[in-house]
Ligand binder design. Structure first.
Ligand code: AMP
Length: 192
């Protein structure tokens, strides 16, 4: 099962990805987490990226595509993967499509978590307290939402045109949203 999770910052992609990992036993690949790890380790790439992520700007496509190619070439993706935070613009969606064609692992499902901006601001403020992410300040969040609308939202259409997109209502608690996702994946209300 090869899944792309789409949705604005704060829509709960990371939370849903973690629940899916538990259920499907396939890796969760988050480009944001890979970048935060690189910054924590103090690598040159990580530090350069941090200057952009702290402002809510996207990191250059070339950096991300090298990172994602390396990650998708590992053996643990044999049974599938959950992509979270990637692709983030149309250029990335196209390069992912080419890469996955080459690896013979096309995307099976793109799931868009739909949620309105008001709820997002509230959720991100909560996450800022819980996780202490440096890019969860109000100004950065606003910028991340703008970048999402301009660059990432069109990625949903990219998958819709290929008949791969399903939208899920992102309101409610995490278990309700998870059940909606499971039904899209035809996994119904199985118990854990
Ligand atoms: P996320 O954890 O997905 O919210 O990502 C946090 C930040 O990392 C984003 O605001 C971007 O600055 C950067 N980032 C994550 N994924 C990508 C990507 N696919 N392309 C460009 N920048 C990214």
């Amino acid at each position: 099962m090869r899944i792309v999770l789409l949705g604005p910052p704060g829509s709960g992609k990371g939370t849903q990805a973690a629940l899916l990992v538990e259920r499907l036993k396939i890796p969760h690949i988050s480009t944001g987490a890979l970048l935060r790890n690189a910054a924590k380790r103090g690598t040159e790439l990580g530090l350069r990226a941090k200057a952009l992520t702290d402002k809510g700007e996207l990191v250059p496509d070339s950096v991300i595509s090298d990172m994602i190619e390396e990650r998708l070439s590992r053996e643990d993706v044999a049974k599938g993967f959950i992509l979270d935070g990637y692709p983030r613009n149309i250029a990335q969606a196209k390069s992912l499509e080419i890469l996955l064609e080459r690896l013979n692992k096309p995307v099976d499902e793109a799931i868009l978590i739909d949620i309105d901006a008001e709820l997002i601001i509230k959720r991100i403020a909560k996450r800022a307290q819980e996780e202490g992410r440096d890019d969860d300040t109000e100004e950065t969040v606003r910028n991340r939402l703008r970048v999402y609308t301009e660059q990432t939202a069109p990625v949903a259409d990219f998958y819709a045109k290929r008949g791969l997109l399903t939208r899920v209502l992102g309101e409610g608690n995490k278990d309700e949203i998870f059940q909606r996702i499971l039904s899209i994946l035809n996994l119904g209300a199985m118990t854990a």
